[in-house]
Design a protein around this ligand. Sequence first.
Ligand SMILES: [Zn+2]
Length: 343
Amino acid sequence: MFLWWSNELTAQKFSAEICTWKDDKAAAVSITFDDASYSQYEYAYPVLSKYGFKATFSLVGEWTKEQATYSAEPGYFEIKKMGWQQIRQLHKAGNEIASHGYRHRRYDRRLPLDTLAKQMKRNKTLIEQQTGDTCYTIHYPYSFANKKTALAARKAGFSFGRTGGDSCNKPIPDNLLLLKSRAILNDTTPNLSGFEKWLAQAHGKWLILMYHHLFPKGSKEMRILEYHKVRNTYSLYPATFDKQMQMLAQKNYWVAPVKDVGKYIVEREAVKLKTHRCFGRYVIKLQSKLDKVYDDPLTIRVKLPWQKVKVNIGGKEKIYSNTKGEILLEALPGNKIIIKKKK
Ligand SMILES: [Zn+2]
């Protein structure tokens, strides 16, 4: 009996690793919106709810009143914007509220770092007062950002920043405050096969989609845009958005707000797994270098030769059936996992 045990233990059938993406999904996708257009609340929110997706909505402070109101940029027609009433509802439903600047203007890189940070902090503070939650993410107005802008954003207290770049982010992005995104330019750019290609290219990576307005066919807004022959309308039909989300739902991808994916990456890179086996138990420690611990669990893939196991994570016990030779566990940085064979 003893020999059989030791053979089993030396057979290297035990291993543990942190999955690149939550729930061991094949990629991460964040759906992000800019300008807090009321059309996002009216048309995108119901579609997102239908597929169980949570998104990141960014707002411009000076455009946001208590009720929904119309506002415009110079030389542009007025578009209805969400009020705090709609914003708070989206936040309560689990969506992320991000900053898009107190004013919808490029951050001036010539300004001193402190001044830039102060400008950025204004909208962050406003959002935090209105939602009662931390505002982690900034969508730079016009995606205008460089290393200095990113430094200022960090100084202002942001953890994640989104720019343009028209590509995916690597599993370990170069700079979490200069995340790349792909913009939906109009109803057919990308078209559905182009969108499918974007999703295919996202495999193993983190794709951030950038949306603006959703106006129905024949609506006043779409007719104005057509009349002025605007090519990049940053607007699409609600029916097209639904089709895109349907395509996304068919993928084995993790769809989550920017802050959730960003936090997962920060945790993943700060945690080292320390494993050891003793007396028929397999112990995994999530050693963390993080000073602040987020409350988002990491997914740990554990390969085991045992059929049925009793798992204790941070004091809570659960029984797992191990039918595929591996189990997926959720644990926080700092947690200890103890796995015992169950007869
Ligand atoms: Zn914008």
